[in-house]
Ligand binder design. Sequence first.
Ligand SMILES: [Zn+2]
Length: 377
Amino acid sequence: MLGMLLSATVMLSGCVSMVAAEGGLQTLEQQADGQEQVADAGEMQVPRNVILIIGDGMGVPQVYASVVGAIGNNSAFLRFPYSGFSRTYSRNHYRTDSSAGGTALTTGQKVDNYHVNWGPDSTRYNTIFDDAIAAGMSTGFVVTSSVLDATPASTYGHVPYRKMFDTLSLQMAQCQHSVMIGGGGKYFRPENRKDGLAPLDTLASRGYTVVYSLDSMNRFRGDRLVAFLYDGDPDKAPARGNMLTQGAKKAIAMLNRNENGFALMIEGSQIDWACHNNDTAYLRAELADFEQMLHAVLDFAQRDGHTLVVVTADHETGGVTLPDGNIEQGRNEVKFLWGSHTGCMVPVFAVGPGAHYFSGIQQNTDIPMKIRWLMEL
Ligand SMILES: [Zn+2]
């Protein structure tokens, strides 16, 4: 039992030292009981909630393009007191794909590209969302892709190939998330499936209300919600409106009713697609949309005081660089190396109880392990 206080003086160099660190924590907790100074120097609360935010394909240049573009220091990225880096390589590749990247961030395991929460010998890996549910917390996700895309799938699915949409939709219909918001509704109806099954009926029989518009989503007052805001992939920003921000706010409002806390994944899915397309205007619009959502989440976390927010990417896409620009005018030139992922480190931003543990260069797999450890999952 760690109690409600952890000491910020305990530094983790990685999750390999969890057991040792736990022993160290007990020692420091005992010290804190007798020596107020230790506690004063770095005491903090255990986070009750965690919001893991993934900018798909969002490397440091993508973030800086957004920071420069937000004139007057009003970039949401500037609101994070702690930042670090994540090494994104997968089990079998220097360049990860989104399913191995998502798996690393939700399970703490490096897997082969195209695998979702699926290891060697068909091992199914547990996610931080499974652990949160086992601890009596509520969970969910909000994405700007289909709900069956690799990143959302890594919060509920287990498949050896990310495009197994029939299987993933059945797994999603049987999962324990309280709220799921994104596109891809068509995959849940029998006419669009090879197996002729209707996961939509499974969702209904398990007590979910399924809605198809932002208005219906916002009006919903129950405990189990699926919002298919698009039948296929959601539109690009800004054509899709602010579904990401509204979805994030709705999910937080629903999940925050659980006094045991919640774990939520939010993804800016199309930052990646813009970079695959080497489309600067599309990228800027996606980043602006992502920043609007970040401001809303940070406003909540600031009010709440018990929420750990971690923002990172699964990988960088496009080999983006920013050769020139103008700070006063909020302008920069975006150049792309190619239309694929790269193996660069990606940024990590954190705020809230335990946020400082996300500083430094870490493995992508360290992120969920630190979340587990901090939240005693
Ligand atoms: Zn990705």
